[in-house]
Design a binder for this molecule. Structure first.
Ligand code: ADP
Ligand code: MG
Length: 385
């Protein structure tokens, strides 16, 4: 089974059609400001495409920004920044109101409206049938361009497309994500897998899976602390994963590479020490520079690099090796795929979009990227088949 890209539809198919597009505008909003609009920017291409063919566009999304302002600031931001692409976007806060139907009925070709955060109503997360039916009743066609939420079995991701047989399409960004991630399922060799971040329980299956295909696994981030602990080293006050795991398979795996030195926080200072010299009051905050050098040495001859998870606690400023390793990846000739909300946030200062090229792809998805790599599809993609 395959999914159909929206780009198969031409003007005669789209003119005056109402197109419901599930986008992922779950961007961080802080004090009313958009901190990182990567996900918005990456959806513009689809919006421009369907508007350009004369459709009427209904954008739906969730937003879980910590300041709880919902999507109004996002709408205002789009109207300020992306008027050329989206026109004047109308915001609808009560999308269940009777007047919403009237607003939609009076839309002209090329108009765009954005609904408030779908998750304000329980039907979205519960994948409620009546809620899906309501959303579906508003449009003629359905498009999913929200890769980063496609691992969720929510109404707008799986329930609504089920109600559009023969009329559901993949957005341009979703297609790009799927195509790029498929390459990671059949990578060229030598293939380096870089895994960092936290929560071993969520990442252990990936180590097992990529042990089969990757030639080397560079393991950093807080995951490293668990490995060092399992090897019998003192990790002091470092963050370790909760619960019990059997890491013997990771430790004995000759493909798994760990740093020989780490950056610890000691008395408020960053100190580089060998992994066997971490003191009881130290906390490991980053991999050491020798790990970046090791990556550089291997990246030069590698064909494919896949990366999820920062190497250190970047929020607290321990991002030197993550940035250093990202530069190594960008400068290599390998085909590279990077993803994860924290991973992209950690390297934001590199201006990652300029780094994107023929050989580098940056995924908008964190959880979605990992699940795709593990299961080779996602609920939201299956729903389009
Ligand atoms: P992503 O969102 O890119 O998938 P994760 O969510 O798995 O990445 O992990 C990111 C988190 O891991 C960040 O909050 C980061 O601070 C944390 N982290 C990485 N290395 C360390 C470390 N040595 N100590 C504490 N936290 C760490
Ligand atoms: Mg994360």
């Amino acid at each position: 089974m395959t999914i159909t890209p929206i780009t198969v539809l031409q003007e005669s198919d789209l003119r005056d059609k109402k197109v419901l597009i599930r986008v992922d505008f779950n961007v961080q909003v802080y004090e009313g400001r958009i901190l990182d609009d990567l996900r918005i920017r990456k959806t513009l291409e689809t919006i421009v495409y369907v508007r350009g063919k004369g459709a009427k566009v209904i954008l739906v999304s969730h937003n879980e920004s910590k300041d709880g302002t919902g999507l109004l600031p996002v709408c205002e931001y789009i109207n300020e920044m992306y008027k050329n692409e989206c026109g004047q976007v109308t915001f609808i806060s009560d999308f269940m109101a009777e007047s919403t139907k009237e607003t939609i009925a009076s839309m002209n070709s090329g108009d765009v409206i954005l609904f408030e955060n779908l998750r304000v109503l329980p039907g979205e997360k519960a994948n409620d049938v009546e809620f899906s039916k309501y959303l579906a009743s508003l449009a003629d066609l359905y498009v999913n361009d929200a890769f980063a939420v496609s691992h969720r079995k929510h109404a707008s991701v799986v329930g609504v497309p089920a109600l559009f047989p023969g009329k559901k399409y993949a957005g341009i960004q979703l297609m790009k994500e799927v195509d790029a991630l498929k390459k990671a399922l059949k990578p060229s060799h030598p293939f380096i897998f870089i895994l960092g971040g936290a929560k071993f329980e969520t990442k252990l299956p990936l180590i097992q899976k990529f042990s089969e295909t990757a030639d080397m696994i560079f393991l950093g981030g807080a995951l490293l602390n668990d490995v060092l602990k399992a090897k019998g080293f003192d990790v002091g006050m470092s963050l370790v994963s909760a619960g019990e795991f059997d890491l013997s398979g990771v430790i004995s795996n000759p493909k798994v590479l760990i740093p020989t030195d780490v950056v610890v926080e000691r008395g408020g200072q960053a100190v580089i020490v060998p992994v066997n010299e971490v003191l009881t009051n130290d906390a490991i905050m980053d991999v050491g520079p020798s790990f970046t050098s090791m990556l550089k040495q291997h990246a030069e001859s590698s064909q494919f690099i896949l990366w999820n998870g920062p190497m250190g606690n970047y929020e607290k400023g321990y991002k030197d090796q993550t940035i250093g390793m990202a530069k190594v990846v960008f400068e290599s000739k390998a085909q590279a795929l990077l993803g994860g909300g924290d991973t992209t946030a950690a390297i934001k200062e590199l201006g990652y979009e300029e780094k994107e090229s023929e050989h580098v792809f940056i995924s908008t998805g964190g959880g979605a990227m990992l699940e795709f790599l593990q299961y080779e599809t996602l609920p939201g993609i299956l729903a389009l088949e």
